[in-house]
Design a protein around this ligand. Structure first.
Ligand code: ZN
Length: 335
């Protein structure tokens, strides 16, 4: 075993023993009240960088990953494969929504984003939207087909408008992990076979609301300038690179809500509950977000849905007659 790998394992294993959960940040955790029926787009966190978005009986999945391969299997190059019972548990949580899933979006090809996708596609007959190399990996792992997209592409499916954006991937020890182009043609077997490929970000528009999502990145590629109109920005913060670019990313996106993502320990099963990952640094994330006083920092717990509040003055909210008194948007009734 290489020295770097050994010290990484030691670091992660020792941090796992002291991992902390969401308990100390309870005030930041948002969730719908049980049984509450709310209009608007509902967001459910699936762990790692996985999300379900729901709107009026339609759903989208991003980076759904339930198997949670353990650290040693991933790091030592053992054969890894989806964990059927964990995937089924995950799907049971999602089934309560009673919707049809229109597509699975994948930000890049690493196992913690793509491993479970071929199996989910065969269960749900859903379409995959990902980079060409991720589609190739998924097909070699058994997916029937996929929609290979590149930055600039736009897809309209059901109520969703999905804009594909360029992204980068965080470096670990100075390089993107599992980045090597490969000559392999058979099914991916080890963690290293699930290569990154071209990282993507997505801008999802539904019901007049806009959600930006990526899985991290570097300063070399920031999100687009969106001076208005991003309701929720989900930004990966797993490693130092992505935290380094957080300030600039938020400055460009100006979201109403910021949800830091990919900061849990994804080597532990979902059933063990949310624990921060060994290389995460949430206090730093909090400091960066505090400098953006217009955006509210939130956290989500696993499988506890939250409905993104609509911006005051948005078309659908006017018809519902609701008013947000804190908003600075001019409101004809109050002026
Ligand atoms: Zn990755």
């Amino acid at each position: 075993m290489g020295r770097r790998l050994r010290s990484f394992l030691l670091l992660v294993l020792s941090a796992q023993a002291f991992g902390s959960g969401l308990g100390s940040y309870e005030k930041l955790v948002v969730a719908d009240a049980p049984g509450a029926a709310r209009a608007g787009v509902r967001v459910t966190y699936l762990g790692t960088n996985g999300y379900q978005f729901e709107f009026r009986g339609h759903a989208l999945l991003v980076d759904p990953y339930f198997s949670r391969v353990d650290l040693l299997s991933a790091a030592l190059g053992s054969r890894i494969q989806p964990n059927a019972s964990r995937v089924n548990d995950g799907l049971r949580h999602l089934a309560s929504g009673n919707h049809r899933t229109d597509a699975i979006l994948v930000t890049h090809g690493h196992f913690d984003h793509l491993l479970d996708v071929p199996g989910l596609m065969s269960k749900t007959r859903v379409r995959l939207i990902a980079s060409a190399s991720s589609v190739d990996l998924a097909e070699r792992a058994g997916a029937s087909s996929g929609d290979a997209v590149k930055p600039g592409d736009v897809r309209r499916i059901g109520p969703w408008k999905i804009r594909v954006l360029p992204a980068t991937h965080d470096r670990l020890f100075g390089k993107v992990p599992f980045d090597k182009p490969h000559s392999q043609t058979g099914p991916p077997q080890r963690a290293a076979d699930w290569i990154c490929g071209e990282p993507l970000a997505f801008l999802i528009e539904v019901n007049g609301q806009r959600i930006y999502i990526d899985s991290g990145g570097t300063q070399a590629q920031l999100p687009p300038n969106e001076s208005r109109g991003i309701g929720l920005a989900i930004l990966g913060v797993a490693l130092p690179d992505s935290r380094e670019r957080l300030h600039a990313a938020l400055w460009r996106l100006q979201p109403r809500y910021i949800l830091p993502s990919h900061q849990d320990d994804f080597f532990r099963p979902l059933i063990a509950g949310f624990q921060f990952g060994a290389l995460s640094d949430f206090p730093r994330v909090q400091r960066e977000c505090a400098q953006q006083n217009r955006c509210r920092l939130i956290l989500l717990d696993y499988f506890r849905p939250w409905t993104l509040p609509e911006a005051a003055g948005s078309k659908s909210q006017k018809t519902a007659g609701a008013v947000n008194p804190k908003s600075q948007t001019p409101n004809p009734k109050s002026s």
